[in-house]
Design a protein around this ligand. Structure first.
Ligand code: FAD
Length: 315
């Protein structure tokens, strides 16, 4: 038996693209079937989206009021109960998956394989280490359920031509009462999530202040882009830390990444190496980011950003 169970990430209405990319990873395993489990409340629309993903054979829904908010402590025991019928349990290596999957692994008494970027064979996987400077090949023990997170930047979204069945899963698991949902706070407004945005504008220490980041937000909102930042900008208090891109922030793979006033430290580059096109704007011609940028502009961001805004305005 070689079956994969994928835990869906969603916001109650839409399936997050990270789930589709996790399916693409699962497809590279020589497995009999791929199931997606959707935990939530009133999740018919999400289940239908999951059923359309290519290669998915079943969608299981765990619809109960306790699942209305995605609490890892509540989902984990249910996922672990379902996992006994599966050889693999996968989730995306996003904030959601990083919170949830280690709990599932612990409940199953196994370790977690993190950040799969390539499947070598049924038990062997490649994953980046040392900020992506080395690739480790890791092997899961025989007979253990393989619980893993998938590095979504390494996979394309699956096609949406599937017709999987949708079934209600009955799960016998006692849920903890020690964790409760309070509220969701997001400082990024309606801007696209960094991990799914097609275009990301990012600012570094060179942007200089929280107020100056306003220029980036304005430009981003005009073109529907997400906004990221370097750790130096986060540490300086210019932006909240959920905007940090890099080794200890988010690993992203937009089609277009534009870095303003970011020097190009290796820990930052780790987060963007899968971006389609990298554009760098920096006033220092020797800034290391120019070594990896597809397009580099030596200039002052305080001149370049308003000029870009003007060009967009006149277009
Ligand atoms: C364990 C560890 C983990 C880390 N994780 C991360 C991480 O996840 N993400 C991350 O980003 N960093 C991370 N770092 C920090 C990293 O090493 C760098 O310190 C950081 O990325 C530097 O940010 P920066 O490029 O904004 O700042 P700086 O290196 O100070 O660069 C600022 C740049 O702005 C340019 N500039 C200044 N003014 C202007 C202007 N007016 N116009 C144009 N350009 C201008 C300068 O020429 C300079 O190149 C980590 C470090 C460690 C040790």
């Amino acid at each position: 038996m070689s079956q994969v169970l994928i835990v869906a990430e969603h916001d109650g209405n839409n399936l997050n693209p990270s789930t589709s990319k996790t399916v693409s990873c699962a497809q590279t395993l020589d497995c009999e079937s791929i199931a997606i489990v959707v935990f939530g409340h009133s999740i018919e629309t999400v289940a239908e989206q999951a059923a359309r993903l290519h290669g998915v054979t079943r969608v299981l829904t765990c619809d109960r009021s306790e699942n209305a908010d995605p609490l890892a402590a509540v989902i984990a025991p249910q996922a672990a109960a379902l996992a006994k019928d599966y050889r693999y349990v996968f989730g995306p290596s996003t904030t959601f998956g990083k919170d949830l999957m280690p709990r599932i692994a612990a409940l199953l008494g196994t370790g977690q394989i993190s950040d799969i970027m390539e499947v070598v064979d049924a038990r062997t996987f490649k994953r980046p280490i040392y900020a992506g400077n080395a690739i480790a090949t890791v092997k899961a023990p025989a007979d253990a359920t393989i619980v893993a997170t998938v590095r979504v930047a390494s996979y394309q979204a699956a096609a949406e031509d599937g017709t999987a069945s949708i079934e209600t899963a009955s799960v016998d698991a006692s849920l903890p009462a020690h964790t409760r949902y309070v509220e969701l706070r997001s400082d990024t407004g309606d801007r696209p999530d960094l991990q799914v945005a097609n275009v990301v504008l990012s600012g570094g220490r060179g942007v200089g202040s929280q107020e100056n980041f306003g220029m980036l937000y304005e430009l981003a909102d005009r073109i529907g882009a997400g906004v990221g930042a370097s750790r130096a900008a986060v540490d300086a208090g210019y932006v909240p830390n959920d905007m940090q891109v890099g080794q200890t922030g988010k690993i992203i793979s937009p089609d277009l990444y534009i870095a303003f006033g970011i020097s190009g430290a290796i820990q930052h580059l780790t987060g963007i190496k899968d971006a389609g096109t990298i554009v760098a704007v920096n006033k220092d011609p020797d800034a290391p980011i120019f070594e990896i940028a597809d397009i580099g502009l030596v200039g002052d961001l305080f001149e370049v950003i308003p000029e870009l805004g003007k060009q967009l305005g006149s277009g």
